[in-house]
Design a protein around this ligand. Sequence first.
Ligand SMILES: Nc1nc2c(ncn2[C@@H]2O[C@H](COP(=O)(O)OP(=O)(O)OP(=O)(O)O)[C@@H](O)[C@H]2O)c(=O)[nH]1
Ligand SMILES: [Mg+2]
Length: 280
Amino acid sequence: MALINEKAKEVNAKIVYYGPALSGKTTNIQFIYRKLKPEHKGKLMTLSTQTERTLFFDFLPIELGEIKGLRIRFQLYTVPGQIFYSATRRLVLKNVDGVVFVADSAEDKLQENIDSLKDLHKNLGFHKLSLDKIPHVFQYNKRDLDNALPVDVLNNHLNQNRVPYFEAIATKGVGVLETLTSITKLVVQKLRTAKDLEERVRQMRREEAAAQRNNTTSAAKAQASSNTRAVIEDTGPPSILPDGSLSLPIIFSLSDTGKKYQLEITLNIKELVDISGKAE
Ligand SMILES: Nc1nc2c(ncn2[C@@H]2O[C@H](COP(=O)(O)OP(=O)(O)OP(=O)(O)O)[C@@H](O)[C@H]2O)c(=O)[nH]1
Ligand SMILES: [Mg+2]
């Protein structure tokens, strides 16, 4: 799910390039990185083996467009296609807003494409997401190969919902930006719907409130470490916890700001001495 930063006036949307091993996902991102103007792109991060196979993921933040006064920052990710990196692929799909499925057009790669698409469905399911509800497009890459399958065949096997598809030769940049433009448009269209944006704004406010609570605690800590005095204002009613310890809420204020904080202390009781009958 896209995240909105109201203060910075930006929306963050995540687009994942998925597909079988060596289909050209990293090549797509590298081309986009080379083509975008510096003001539209961040740093390209790649984590690969010595033979340039993606090990974890590639990541490229880009800025394109605006909705409702908010700048949109797209975060492009690729997954590692090799079968044994399934856990990483699942992780990368968390909070995904759009998917580009990069298929290898080579005839002998058809089954790998089909398996990778199944793997995508399964991994989305893990996050309780469904491809039907997520903007997605297909890219039939490596159209320069002699044994490239006809696009109709690829569509019949992979593109059940007949979403937009693009023929590409990623190594030459053919079809790369068209694919990117299409998926970003679809994601923006979805984000534009008021319900989606409202939910995102609400989520952001919840996160901000949580962050503020954290800040308050760390502010209290920071203050306490200086020469500020803490004055105990009140104590709440003590309660005995199931393990026999005593819990005591203490309300204190800081001498310089006057701000009040509540602190819960738990005391382990070794021995209870009955003093009720003792003379003064
Ligand atoms: N002939 C041809 N080769 C391509 C094309 N696109 C990418 N390649 C080559 O395919 C190989 C794999 O490309 P990558 O972009 O690393 O593939 P990937 O999908 O990121 O692979 P993993 O990270 O292992 O999943 C490289 O040698 C690329 O140069 C294309 O359109 N045509
Ligand atoms: Mg790669």
